[in-house]
Ligand binder design. Structure first.
Ligand SMILES: [Zn+2]
Length: 368
């Protein structure tokens, strides 16, 4: 295996995990259908030459983001607050009157948020878009759209899914005029390492960026932590793109201790449910409870996930209301609920804290 960016074969292994779902964000109509979904192994490594961190076993040909793919987080008020702060950052940087293009806009939520905030010339691009907004184009953005004269390209949570981010950014640059800027938002690998967040390593993300490496794609770049440092923004000029390289090195066996600690916690805290049927929660279910013996169900506020089943484990995803009427009061001992994303912990405890269950936050559990 070679580094996709510099082609070096000197790769250092950071973390390996087996039998995770190909897509952790797809949900299924029955446990039988969920269980038969394809499983894949992950081998996270770092290139010893350029510092790029990626999954060397990633297979892009199998990735098909179809209608079963549900990755919307905007049912949470904390997440909506985050999107507003990114929009405000763009306004502060004077992009409201400019030609703005969002690549990989998904269901168009952020594109439409910018429209509501007064952005006048904004287009979204996503081949899987299913809505009716005439400014969202069901296609890949490319050189044939150069005439849109983008002043700003937005790339939120796209680059970590792209096998060769350098070639991809070069292609975006060729599809814009000389002075276009780019705003990139990705999960922070520094945050993952500091929080020992092994549940944030999964197949949909083939790349993992820290600020140093991301900045090195450009001669100049401004970075900014957002979403409680789980994500960061990078703002740069597309014509300053260069081959990235960073000296920061991560240690091998990044998550060995946290995996053990977490397993011990689970088996000593039954009965158990997990809050969050997206990437983090589904990855945890797959690592620790493949045969559904420890964790009874998965709670999620996203109605599109509710009453469906999680990839390759077949845990049922249920609404908070159904959990508190059907599960929590039928058990002799107090239920333990693990909240898969610390950022939603306060929001959840404020709403459901008085319901007679114990809430646990993942990060506190491993670091505290
Ligand atoms: Zn490399």
């Amino acid at each position: 295996m070679k580094c996709p960016i510099c082609e070096s074969t000197k790769l250092i292994s950071l973390y390996k995990v087996s039998d995770l779902p190909l897509f952790q964000n797809k949900v299924y109509n029955s446990p039988e259908e969920a269980i038969k979904q394809k499983e894949v192994d992950i081998s996270l490594c770092q290139c010893n030459e350029c510092g790029f961190v990626f999954n060397e076993l990633f297979n892009n040909e199998e990735m098909d983001y179809d209608v079963n793919y549900q990755n919307e987080q905007n049912y949470s008020s904390y997440f909506v607050e985050h999107l507003n702060s990114v929009a405000d950052y763009l306004i502060e940087n004077g992009f409201q009157e400019k030609n703005v293009i969002e690549i990989g806009c998904g269901k168009g939520y952020f594109t439409e948020l910018l429209e509501e905030k007064g952005f006048k010339n904004i287009y979204g691009f996503d081949p899987a878009y299913e809505g009716e907004n005439p400014n969202i184009i069901k296609d890949y953005f490319g050189e044939k759209y150069k005439s849109l004269n983008a002043d700003l390209i937005i790339l939120r949570h796209v680059l970590e899914h792209i096998e060769n981010p350098y070639l991809f950014l070069k292609q975006v640059q060729r599809s814009t005029s000389g002075c276009a800027k780019i705003l990139i938002e990705v999960p922070s690998f520094e945050w993952i390492v500091e929080n020992k967040a092994f549940w944030d390593i999964f197949h949909e993300h083939c790349n993992y960026f820290d600020k140093e490496f991301m900045s090195s794609f450009f001669s100049n770049a401004e970075t900014k932590d957002v979403f409680n440092s789980q994500y960061f923004l990078t703002l740069a000029s597309l014509n300053e793109i260069k081959k990235p390289s960073s000296n920061k090195k991560y240690s091998e066996n990044l998550f060995a201790i946290s995996l053990n600690k977490f397993n011990n916690f689970l088996i000593n805290h039954l009965p158990l449910a997990i809050w969050g049927g997206s990437s983090k929660g589904v990855t945890l279910l797959n690592i620790f409870d493949k045969d559904k013996k420890i964790i009874d169900c998965c709670i999620d506020i996203n109605p599109k996930k509710q009453n469906k089943f999680t990839a390759t484990t077949g845990h049922e995803v249920i609404s908070p209301e159904r959990f508190f009427s059907n599960y929590s009061n039928t058990s002799a001992s107090k239920y333990n609920i693990i909240v898969a994303n610390q950022n939603y912990f306060s929001e959840i405890v404020n709403q459901y804290g008085g319901s007679g269950v114990n809430f646990h936050s993942l990060e506190k559990l491993l670091i505290g």
